[in-house]
Design a protein around this ligand. Structure first.
Ligand code: 4BW
Length: 149
């Protein structure tokens, strides 16, 4: 591992930290909110990507967005879960980087986003980089660097 004062870590490629697409819990834009809520509860995640059948990224759906969408004026309206599609509720504002981007770029996005989506140059979804993976790597790097000084 290089010395910290080289700052070479920032130029590292991000693919070694990526959770590959096949291991990322996700839903389709035309799934119902009921299905999305089931996937979110079963997977234990707060928010997951929305991908179509060609693995193109459409957005991000969270438990909070789903719960907010079934709030009526006087009561919770669970019947909306079956009648509303994911693409009517998801947000398309998310952090996304290219698979050739650097650790520095991923780290900077992860300040405000728990995970960053990764696409290839054809716009295909490749996976996600989570804040915990980046921090674990940075932590290991800092410990190694301190041992060497
Ligand atoms: O099911 C879980 N297994 C493990 N090992 N850790 C979990 C699990 N659920 C939550 N955690 C922990 C992680 O440390 O809680 C953190 C916040 O989870 P989140 O955001 O609010 O559901 C987790 O931090 P993280 O690993 O840095 O992950 C950041 C976010 O990335 C998660 C979730 O929105 C998304 N994510 C992570 N792995 C995913 C995923 N989304 C889909 N599929 C995956 N495999």
């Amino acid at each position: 591992m290089q010395k910290l004062d080289d700052w070479n870590i920032l130029d590292n490629k991000i693919t070694p930290f990526m959770i590959p697409a096949e291991k990322v819990a996700h839903v389709h834009p035309d799934n119902t909110l009921e299905h999305a809520l089931l996937v979110l509860i079963k997977s234990g995640y707060t928010a997951i990507p929305v991908l179509d059948t060609s693995f193109k990224l459409h957005g991000l759906i969270s438990k909070a967005q789903i719960l907010d969408s079934i709030l009526g004026l006087e009561r919770i309206e669970p019947e909306r879960l079956q009648n509303t599609k994911v693409d009517g509720v998801m947000t398309s504002s998310l952090a996304c980087i290219n698979d050739s981007d650097t650790f520095e770029r991923a780290l900077s996005y992860s300040i405000n986003h728990p995970f960053v989506c990764v696409e290839n140059s054809d716009g295909e979804f490749m996976g996600i980089i989570t804040r915990s993976k980046l921090l674990a790597y940075l932590n290991g790097y800092l410990h190694e660097s301190r041992k060497k000084t």
